[in-house]
Design a protein around this ligand. Structure first.
Ligand code: PGA
Length: 249
């Protein structure tokens, strides 16, 4: 059975005290046992978050990392640095990184390699813009993001990849893809994986949905056959909402 995962993407929110407060509030929640829970905090809170979640089932993830091992890259953080403080998961390819920091599929492929070389788990994000959907280019666009970012990997490397389909038009907008639209794209993603690798691999990879997931819509989205969980932005900043989403499975 595929892993069910709900990951919170805090983005650039919360100071150190607020981060600790939210983690304390999350620790007081009861989470559905079968669901793997992760929180992606800003870099500066990662080490504290690893400590604060020690002994719990909450995994701490980074929101980004640099592709190089070390060197003259002022302001950047490497996979080995993350690994060194106990962070084993990284989100790569978020649409905000693609849009505001010009991250390309080719760059993301390098970042994926660096993460895997350091035995990290990758949550790889991708998804179409509204214009792509309006022009019915969304399936092709998603296929090319997967092909260019990930299809250089061999089958065994996929054990450390989780996919997160996030239509850009649904992120932070309150606009969600309908459960049927999510299912349709997730089925497409699995078909593309099966064509490149094989059906067993396609069926083994967890594919999350992201974009305005809230307690009120999570159940219906997670009930779709090919949806294995969610990447949650805004609603991950409130412990009760995040727990309600985790428990929507
Ligand atoms: P949202 O963000 O839940 O606030 O739409 C999702 C994301 O960007 O991962």
């Amino acid at each position: 059975m595929r892993k069910q995962i709900v990951a919170g993407n805090w983005k650039m929110n919360l100071n150190a005290a607020e981060s600790q407060e939210l983690i304390d509030a999350l620790k007081a929640q009861t989470f559905n046992d079968g669901v793997h829970v992760a929180i992606a905090t800003p870099y500066v809170h990662l080490a504290a978050a690893v400590d604060q979640t020690a002994g719990t089932s909450i995994d701490v993830a980074a929101q980004n990392m640099h592709q190089a091992a070390s060197g003259a890259y002022t302001g950047e953080v490497s996979a080995a640095m993350l690994e060194g403080i106990g962070v084993k998961t990284v989100i790569l390819g978020h649409s905000e990184r693609r849009a505001y920091f010009h991250e390309t599929d080719a760059l993301l492929a390098e970042k994926v390699n660096a993460a895997l070389e350091n035995d990290m788990h990758v949550i790889f994000c991708f998804g179409e813009e509204l214009e792509d959907r309006k022009s019915e280019a969304h399936f092709d666009l998603v296929t090319s993001q997967l092909t260019n970012g990930l299809f250089h990997l061999n089958a065994s490397q996929w054990a450390n990849i989780t996919l997160a389909y996030e239509p850009v038009w649904a992120i932070g907008t309150g606009e969600t893809a309908s459960p049927a639209q999510a299912q349709e794209m997730h089925a497409h993603i699995r078909a593309v994986l099966a064509a490149k690798y094989d059906d067993a691999l396609a069926q083994s990879v967890s594919v999350l949905y992201g974009g305005s997931v809230k307690p009120a819509n999570a159940k219906e989205i997670f009930a779709q056959t090919d949806v294995d969980g969610g990447l949650i932005g805004g609603a991950s900043l409130k412990a009760e909402d995040f727990a309600a989403i985790v428990n929507a499975f």
